[in-house]
Design a binder for this molecule. Structure first.
Ligand SMILES: Cc1cc2nc3c(=O)[nH]c(=O)nc-3n(C[C@H](O)[C@H](O)[C@H](O)COP(=O)(O)O)c2cc1C
Length: 229
């Protein structure tokens, strides 16, 4: 395909603007060839010295159903195992953004801050992959650190943009990283592979009200400084 520059820019802008975290999926399989094409595209992501440190496990079928049973049970029993500690210390503007995102998401299904139990029920949908037919788990070999984790982040965003461009939806989920041992066990992944997070993906259920959110962003001047005088 040899697209005009203007068309390319227009398509790219549309893909970036269309991608959002979707938390309700149709029970509709995604063709295997399409999945492979998208993961091949994702691997075009840049990485330090082209090391491509991501170790990806794409799951569907019976193993996904197994995880859909195990993860909620383990969560309810408090059986969590994390390879990377989760200690969110959001203060100031970061805390404001966190609260705003939560209020928008839970607000979409009619829940307020005080509705703690119902909010927890909605949160639990993370562990059934929001009904998605597939999930990708992103692992990092244990000797790698922050620098390589940033590479995996770039890979993940390339993956999610590729999914969007091909008519699919996704949700990145740190919450899936809370079950590192269970995921490794079901997928028979070596203990030296550390679980960063997962990404559920499939076709969006546009009738699910949870998907009626469109998170805003801070104005450019709040996050970006231009030094060009
Ligand atoms: C690494 C990462 C982990 C995330 N973990 C979760 C998660 O566990 N559950 C969830 O519902 N959303 C999760 N999100 C989605 C964020 O809440 C979402 O990206 C943010 O609110 C911005 O909204 P948008 O993606 O729709 O633009 C995660 C996002 C990222 C990048």
């Amino acid at each position: 395909m040899n697209l005009e520059q203007a068309t390319l820019a227009e398509c790219f802008d549309a893909v970036v603007n269309q991608r959002r975290s979707v938390r309700g999926f149709l029970n509709k399989p995604v063709a295997r060839e399409l999945v492979e094409h998208i993961f091949t595209l994702a691997s075009r992501a840049p990485s330090n010295c082209n090391t491509q440190p991501w170790a990806t496990h794409v799951v569907g079928g019976t193993k996904l159903e197994q995880l859909r049973e195990i993860l909620p049970l383990n969560t309810l029993r408090g059986r969590m195992t994390l390879d990377y500690p989760y200690e969110p210390k959001y203060h100031g503007v970061y805390q404001e953004r966190q609260y705003d995102a939560a209020n928008q998401m839970y607000g979409a299904v009619g829940l307020e801050r005080k509705d703690k139990e119902q909010r927890q029920e909605v949160f639990m949908r993370n562990y059934t992959f929001f009904g998605a037919p597939n999930v990708a788990f992103l692992f990092l070999p244990e000797h790698f650190g922050l620098r390589e984790a940033a590479d995996v982040g770039m890979y993940a965003q390339t993956l999610m943009l590729a999914l969007t461009a091909h008519g699919l939806a996704s949700c990145p989920q740190t919450s899936l990283g809370f079950h590192a041992d269970a995921v490794r066990e079901v997928l028979e992944v070596d203990a030296s592979q550390k679980l960063l997070f997962g990404i559920s993906f499939g076709y969006e259920d546009t009738s699910d009200p949870i998907n009626n959110t469109r998170m805003g962003r801070a104005p450019l001047a709040e996050t970006t400084v231009f030094h060009d005088t």
